[in-house]
Write a protein that binds this ligand. Structure first.
Ligand SMILES: [Zn+2]
Length: 67
């Protein structure tokens, strides 16, 4: 059985941050776990989370994200 990855599963420690980098303007943001869960939902899967995000500076969609 394949494990369904969710933000809650990949961000297991309270020290984890979600790193977001815009491919267009290279703006970087780091969200602490609590903020990522608030904005995206702890049950969101990473590709879905990526789909929902936009760069706060230039508005480009689908920034690169990693934990
Ligand atoms: Zn940008």
């Amino acid at each position: 059985m394949m494990m369904f990855q969710t933000l809650a599963r990949v961000m297991t420690s309270t020290a984890d941050t979600l790193k977001i980098e815009c491919a267009a303007c290279q703006r970087r943001a780091e969200w602490p776990r609590t903020q990522a869960f608030e904005q995206l939902g702890s049950d969101a899967c990473p590709p879905e989370a990526r789909h929902r995000l936009r760069c706060a500076a230039c508005g480009a969609r689908r920034p690169r994200i990693w934990i």
